[in-house]
Design a binder for this molecule. Structure first.
Ligand code: AMP
Ligand code: MG
Length: 412
């Protein structure tokens, strides 16, 4: 059976998804959303030349020979407008952010002056025009695009939006995401503990991965390995933009997901990707819905979400930065592996004077959830590698943090 490379699978997925319209959002509610419009400056900032320091507004010509005692004609505080023009031999006391008076072209910091009398100051230095003056429009100019559509709204972006008084603006809609677990062996959170069953962790780990993107998913619960029951659950899931199905996608006797979703009109685009852990991972589309068949193994399910579902969801939300940030690291110990698939190894990162050092979180069995819980990142081992030496340079995708990049950032 043919296996797609990770990047081929990603290409198929990203070609199949699109944004789902825009809505108006309030500034106060917009953190983490993505702008659907360009935002322009609504005025010049600063609105006129202002002082960059607490000090004295002077004419640079008065200090041409490095020495002057200047009469202080007024005090200009932030929020005041100057009322007088600075003439030869004069200056104005000025505070940071206050408008420069007529006749002055530079500011001398208080620290560089000596008081000469109650209303005069002695300055012993030359100064260039523009010194410690923040010119009009230095921050932004009226009409300039200050934020482009596609910008993710971070706290810094919120600051810019507030600066231009954007109280409401268009953002991309968030997809509705449904999560379904499948398997007769599963026991849900509310069920009593049965030693013969497996706790359903995937629904909740996936829920959290979706929530981390700012989307509240719809939890459909657990469908038994029964074609009729599965069909009923899948129908509900197909009402959402994205349906995540965990388990049941193998070719075992009781893996009914594949025939059932095909019966429901889903066109499957692939079933196999050369990735470890993460086998099998399936993807299909019907109407407005995209379906991911994720592996039942808890770690595989989370890794496949990271590598395939998250970029799809970010793209659907209009974000051009789809991929986790990658960083270079050195391997703390050797790793053996079978070539043939791109492998994602759960690692912890530490730092020494030469940069990051990656060490495995322990057993990498795809059933061991703790390996994911402890991980700072996923070390990417290219598919042609049969092992790595201690000290070797590797690429690690960071699992923590909110910073994403526009390139995949690793060699598969
Ligand atoms: P499957 O892909 O259905 O063959 O499942 C592979 C393995 O993952 C089996 O050992 C399942 O018990 C386990 N598994 C499947 N679904 C879940 C789930 N929702 N939570 C935890 N483990 C699961
Ligand atoms: Mg199963």
């Amino acid at each position: 059976m043919e296996h797609l490379q990770v990047s081929e699978a990603l290409r198929v997925i990203l070609e199949s998804v699109s944004t789902i319209g825009v809505e108006s959002e309030r500034l106060q509610e917009s953190l983490g959303r993505v702008l659907a419009v360009d935002i322009r400056a609504n005025r010049d900032l600063p609105p006129y030349d202002v002082s960059g320091m607490d000090g004295f507004a002077v004419s640079s010509m008065d200090l041409a020979n490095g020495q002057a005692t200047l009469e202080i004609i007024e005090d200009i505080k932030a929020g005041d407008m100057p009322t007088m023009t600075v003439q030869t031999g004069q200056c104005a006391r000025i505070m940071t952010g206050a408008p420069m008076p007529q006749g002055a072209d530079a500011v001398i910091r208080v620290e560089d002056t000596q008081e000469a009398s109650a209303n005069s100051v002695r300055i012993s230095k030359t100064v260039k025009a523009g010194n410690d003056v923040r010119p009009q429009g230095e921050n932004m100019r009226y009409g300039d695009v200050v934020l482009k559509a596609g910008t993710e709204i971070t706290p810094g972006v919120i600051g810019v939006l507030a600066t231009v008084k954007a109280a409401k603006f268009a953002v991309y809609r968030r997809p509705r995401v449904a999560i379904l677990s499948t398997g007769n062996e599963l026991e849900d959170m509310g069920d009593p503990v049965d030693p013969n069953k497996i706790p359903n962790s995937n629904s909740y780990a996936l829920m959290a991965q979706v929530q981390a993107l700012g989307i509240e998913p719809v939890l459909l619960g657990i469908a038994r390995d029964d074609p009729a029951e599965l069909e009923e659950y899948l129908r509900r899931g197909l009402e959402c933009h994205v349906l995540l199905v965990s388990g049941g996608t193998s070719v075992g006797m009781h893996d009914y997901v594949r025939p059932t979703i095909e019966k429901l009109g889903v066109q499957m685009k692939f079933w196999r990707v050369a990735i470890r852990p993460g086998h099998p991972i399936a993807f299909g589309t019907t109407g407005k819905t995209v379906i991911f068949g994720l592996p039942g193994n808890p770690v595989s399910s989370m890794v496949c979400f990271e590598e395939f579902v998250m970029p799809a969801l970010r793209s659907m939300m209009g974000n051009p930065r789809l991929y986790r940030r990658t960083v270079p690291a050195r391997l703390a110990h050797p790793i053996k592996m079978r070539p043939g698939r791109t492998e994602f190894i759960r690692v912890q990162l530490s730092r020494d004077e030469d940069g990051y050092v990656a060490s495995s979180t322990g057993t990498q069995s795809s059933g061991v959830m703790l390996s994911m819980a402890k991980a700072d990142g996923l070390l990417v081992v290219p598919s042609d590698s049969s092992g790595l030496e201690a000290g070797e340079q590797v690429t690690v995708q960071l699992l923590d943090g909110t910073v994403f990049q526009s390139e995949i950032g690793f060699k598969e």
